[in-house]
Write a new protein. Sequence first.
Length: 429
Amino acid sequence: MNVSDSEVIFAILAKAGYERTEDMAAADVILANTCSIRDNAEQRIWSRLELFAAQKKRRPEVLVGIVGCMAERLKEKLLDSRKVDIVAGPDAYRSLPALLEAAAPDNPQINVLLSREETYGDIMPLRTDRGGVSAFISIMRGCNNVCSYCVVPYTRGAERSRDPETILAEARDVYERGYKEVTLLGQNVDSYFWKSAAGNTDFADLLESVARIAPDLRVRYATSHPKDISDKLIETMGRYANICRCIHLPVQSGSDVMLEKMRRRYTREWYLDRVRKIREVMPDCAITTDVIAGFCGETEQDHQDTLGIMREVGYDYAYMFAYSERPGTLAARNYPDDIPPEVKNRRLTEIIDLQNELSLESNTRDVGKTFEVLVEGPSKRDPSDLCGRNSQNKMCVFPAPGDTDIRPGTYVTVRILSCTSATLLGELV
Ligand code: 5AD
Ligand code: SF4
């Protein structure tokens, strides 16, 4: 999400005549695109601000800006720190050139207005990846779900969908420029909806249109909400080989009591039924998830229920977090953050240990299979190996052939010979 926002920001600033540099010492303007989802994300930005302050000390004319969710959440409080000259929320990127123009070290500028319409739909993002294989495309902004622990609806505002024509134009453009994979991004893609004279477009329709651009363009998406993922979407995925066999379906907790308190609006049973449907249509589909350990009032039994559902689904991969109270959310207002840090951390460790086992089991099941792999480039660990992902989004590493040069963006067939919990290891066939 943030990479995609940064690419929109680069496009807006490039149009205003700015050039991008990664060399902080050469920059006239230093922007940090921020995330507020957990407290530690914000803490990292505060330490980055110290680094920027050192630049400002040496070169007082340098402007420092905080953009994105933390700008939206903290607003003027960021200016009070006196370390920041520009504060721009997620719907204020178009005003960045004007804010930069007006700002001076003793004249900070702020725009944190949230919009009901802004989707940056007409802006062709300036891609920042070097490989040129895989691109992110934002299809909607904001979120209307108000899960009780989550700050996103407050920092990114109400949900709005982007015009499908602009999404398709962007996907065609990246394909024509040689990209082989697009990931459609939204906080809750299942509620994507666009109404026009030509008819209505829901997420399954949009996904299908993107998949039809070209059979060798892989399509991924994130994130689905278990309460909303429809049979139509799952069946559409099943009909297209280039829609990747991987669904990110955040469960958060396996306990109905916690799910209710989290305001997720599904039960464990409902969730497991969605998993059954996915497996019925696509037996080879990977399922990944997000889990929160130690939410308000979580008992040992609730925690066991989370471990239980993880085993039952057998997740291929998971992002796992300790609950971090976010000021202003429903949970912060209504429930005490009462799980002691050592208990939260112990539960998180148990969740991580279990997921490592499940990932290893999932990868072990793939030994002996062959996959189509989209090559990303040399492996980081050993540059004589190549790496890339299969449709299930698993990283595959294999020796590069001595005689031919396989370029990033090539599809190859790989037979899996062994694995770790993180990687499949194989050979070209
Ligand atoms: N504390 C911990 N994890 C959180 N997430 C969202 N808000 C919080 C929070 N307050 C996690 C959820 C979500 C992922 C993007 O971040 O698991 O799916
Ligand atoms: Fe946050 Fe829930 Fe929206 Fe995801 S669906 S962004 S967890 S409020």
